[in-house]
Design a protein around this ligand. Sequence first.
Ligand SMILES: Cc1cc2nc3c(=O)[nH]c(=O)nc-3n(C[C@H](O)[C@H](O)[C@H](O)COP(=O)(O)OP(=O)(O)OC[C@H]3O[C@@H](n4cnc5c(N)ncnc54)[C@H](O)[C@@H]3O)c2cc1C
Length: 388
Amino acid sequence: MIYTPEHHELMASIRRFVSAEIDPFVDEWEAAEIFPAHEVFRKMGQLGFLGITKPEAYGGMGLDFSYALAAAEAIGYVKAQGVGMGIGVQANMATPALASFGSDELKREFLAPAIAGEVVCSIGVSEQGAGSDVSSLKTRARRDGDDYVISGSKMWITNGTQADWICLLCNTSDGPSHKNKSLIIVPLKDAAGRRAKGIEVQKIKKFGMWSSDTAQIFFDEVRVPVRHRIGEEGMGFIYQMKQFQEERLDGAARRLASIELIEETADYLRQRVAFGKPLLDNQFIQYKLAELKTEIEALRGLIYMATHAFVQGQDVTELASMAKLKAGRLGRDVADWCMQFQGGMGYTWDNRVSRAYRDYRLGSIGGGADEVMLMVIARKMGLMDPAA
Ligand SMILES: Cc1cc2nc3c(=O)[nH]c(=O)nc-3n(C[C@H](O)[C@H](O)[C@H](O)COP(=O)(O)OP(=O)(O)OC[C@H]3O[C@@H](n4cnc5c(N)ncnc54)[C@H](O)[C@@H]3O)c2cc1C
């Protein structure tokens, strides 16, 4: 896959938006442990950035996923990864299944405002007792006439304290764990913007990604109409696995911007003198930075290959999992080496490298841990019992 001038134009306009509307405020948002998603998304929605792949009928641009990937790559340059993650959830994690399998009525009610940036959305898969093993989740939607009545809780929900709705994966029957789940859109606020009945939200304090608000959300007999279900009952697990492909490519693409840390570190080392010469004159440092850049470019190749196949309509579960695995590990490596080479300055609190070190650590845990990616890849390679 090779980016066209249109891809580059989109990336340039997102980079301009990031420089003007996001980067000047990220230090403040990091300190506040939340970014104002409604404000940022409204501006992004007006520019069309939140509906790049979504149908034009609902306000989207109707472009193929390569453009969403280019956008994610550009968003990766935000100077605090928490904001990029919140945007990624809105654009490529909470909304793909709704766009692909939701009814027209559901898309008008929930997708169109998400694309316009009028509402903030979230994705609810993980639970306190079910993170890596999604199939074992316990949140349940019981049928009562034309409604579902939902009880349970979701853990680690990005955008969770400010989200207007959640795309919830929950059990809708007692059948086998891959066939008993559905995706349901659950409003988290009522028409007046207050917390919806039966919903309780508790904020979680984290090691990194501070500008992203993360929450545990409790559902106590929450009633939603059956028409809020995305697609067919019992297909939620399958829809979510498909939705994960976009999530993993989005997250991996955001990590490509770590190349900027290498450039900044090289600039710093050009100025910093030790033993009578700039630190950058040490061959060990030159080679290490060269090796990291080579790995980033190799990751770029893998991501673009996966995206090309995805755009052709292929199932890229294996390639997207490989990209997510590699991006998670490489992001950590880049941040760690750049901190090492910046020495004490790299270890200071407000340094961009120390923030990246904290933020990038999530890459090997969130959205499926490295070991889960390895499990998916091993399964696709036929190394595992498919039932395991
Ligand atoms: C900041 C943040 C934001 C998040 N945002 C969201 C969100 O918006 N929506 C959402 O649904 N979830 C979200 N998550 C949840 C995230 O996807 C889970 O944390 C992740 O899937 C891992 O689940 P867990 O934390 O329960 O780890 P566990 O399942 O308890 O696993 C712990 C560790 O065990 C190891 N492990 C797991 N399985 C295996 C195995 N088969 N073989 C070997 N080792 C294994 C891994 O190293 C793993 O890290 C978020 C998490 C964080 C921290």
